[in-house]
Design a protein around this ligand. Structure first.
Ligand SMILES: NC(=O)c1ccc[n+]([C@@H]2O[C@H](COP(=O)([O-])OP(=O)(O)OC[C@H]3O[C@@H](n4cnc5c(N)ncnc54)[C@H](O)[C@@H]3O)[C@@H](O)[C@H]2O)c1
Length: 427
């Protein structure tokens, strides 16, 4: 497809929207970042553009200051113009790609798409960054041109650094558009693009959110503390050091809970359906708006104390309350058994397989935790065949090469080209 993306509109400036806008600016795109009017807008502020754009501007500023840095160079922020859905939505008219990144709520997304459908020029790509809402459900009432140019483009958090980009077409998506994004994500955005079926939560979250929900359950059942679980479910299992609870804080607990509930609703017959529950202690966070890093507090809260390198320390923000007040809450660090204190040493083994075994066996946690490992998950043929497109089996109109779920970049191996401004990113 002969298409060039020069300008992109990002609709929603929260955790993901701001991060995606920055990553687009990193690769040289002109970016339009829009969001809702501030809910606390006063009567006297209603004619002030600065006040009307307060929410989006604050969100972008918050993102730019966050670590790891979303912008390669702070000067690239000048490539991002901000605005709001009331005053500026018609500006999407000269954008080549519109990506929706608003709250994980189908009705809200659909109502935004209705307006976008009226304002976008025909042929403009329009995609959703939803974590788990089936993509085809967003098409109800949309024009033929919209349907043809619509698919899921699922970035992971933080968008500049996480390598995976899932491309999720519907049955109506133009195969040329799918082909375009598989290549564009790889060559220009510096991602590993993976073609997904439009199944609930696609591939990454279908596995990862299952692991998260199951680990939340096991935390209570096995009497573990949140620090122990994070120590165990980070590098010892070949995962990022955010582990499980810190990852929840990074993602945002409202979003994570919606994905858990979405999978539960859409996969009632899954063999692990019982895992997809929001535990009492997570509900406690939701009820108190302790949504994670975006509200300054979740399972952890940053303190004014600093470590020897000057980095701010964070502590479990609510563990005291859980330990004393909430039934089924994670336990305190004081309850660690000696065997569980061996987790960090097992976790330092260089090779992943013995590291995983060592960490889980030494902590006597293998029976509980092993089903959460992707390797174990892959043993379930029903779920996996339902999730991935079999190698070489063509989807109508899409080449067999793309159907392997492996992008051209990985096939080229070390010859993989990366965009100039993201070349140094961790692989
Ligand atoms: N947080 C993650 O790690 C992550 C990762 C991948 C995908 N996603 C997906 O990206 C999307 C955004 O998630 P997020 O984490 O950035 O959420 P967020 O809570 O940080 O941001 C939500 C955004 O939606 C806007 N919004 C709220 N109410 C609205 C309304 N009525 N109409 C229009 N906009 C409204 C907010 O102002 C905000 O900009 C969701 O679909 C989520 O599932 C999130």
């Amino acid at each position: 497809m002969n298409k060039r993306i020069k300008k992109a509109a990002v609709l929603g400036s929260g955790v993901m929207g701001s991060g995606i806008a920055c990553h687009f600016a990193n690769i040289g795109l002109e970016v339009l970042l829009l969001d809702i009017l501030p809910p606390d807008l006063q009567e006297h502020e209603k004619t002030s553009p600065a006040a009307r754009n307060r929410l989006v501007n604050k969100a972008l500023e918050f993102a730019i200051k966050s670590k790891p840095a979303p912008l390669y160079d702070l000067a690239f922020a000048s490539r991002i113009a901000t605005g709001n859905f009331e005053d500026d939505l018609e500006k999407i008219n000269d954008c080549d790609w519109i990506i929706e990144v608003v709250v994980e709520n189908l009705d809200i997304k659909k109502s935004l798409f209705e307006k976008v459908d009226r304002l976008r020029k025909p042929g403009t790509f329009i995609t959703s960054n939803t974590s788990g809402i089936p993509i085809h459900l967003m098409l109800e009432g949309r024009s033929t041109d919209f349907r043809r140019h619509f698919c899921g483009t699922h970035f992971f958090n933080p968008p500049r650094y996480l390598r995976l980009l899932e491309i999720i077409p519907t049955a109506e998506t133009d195969p040329e558009m799918v082909h375009f994004f598989m290549e564009y994500g790889d060559l220009y955005l510096g991602k590993q693009t993976v073609l997904c079926k439009d199944t609930p939560a696609f591939i990454g979250n279908r596995i990862g959110v299952y692991a998260m929900a199951k680990i939340y359950q096991l935390t209570t059942q096995l009497g573990l503390s949140i620090e122990e679980v994070d120590a165990l479910t980070g590098p010892p299992l070949g995962r990022p050091k955010t582990g499980t609870f810190r990852l929840g804080d990074l993602v945002g607990h409202d979003t994570a809970a919606k994905v858990i509930q979405g999978i539960k609703q859409n996969c009632p017959n899954d063999e692990q359906a019982g895992a997809f529950e929001v535990p009492a202690y997570l509900q406690f966070l939701l009820d108190n708006k302790f949504l994670g890093n975006k509200t300054g507090q979740g399972f952890f809260k940053k303190t004014s104390q600093k470590d020897e390198k000057g980095a701010r320390l964070s502590w479990p923000s609510t563990s005291k309350r859980w330990n004393t007040n909430l039934p089924g809450s994670p336990t305190s660090p004081a309850s660690r058994t000696p065997s569980r204190s061996t987790i960090p040493s097992a976790g330092s083994l260089p090779c992943l397989k013995p590291r995983i075994k060592g960490a889980l066996w030494s902590a006597s946690l293998w029976p509980g935790f092993s089903p959460t490992l992707p390797t174990a998950f892959r043993k379930s043929p029903t779920t996996c065949s339902a999730l991935t497109t079999p190698c070489g089996q063509a989807m109508p109109g899409i080449s067999a090469r793309l159907n392997t779920g492996i992008s051209s970049a990985s096939k080229r191996g070390s010859r993989r080209r990366k965009p100039r401004e993201t070349r140094w990113l961790p692989g």
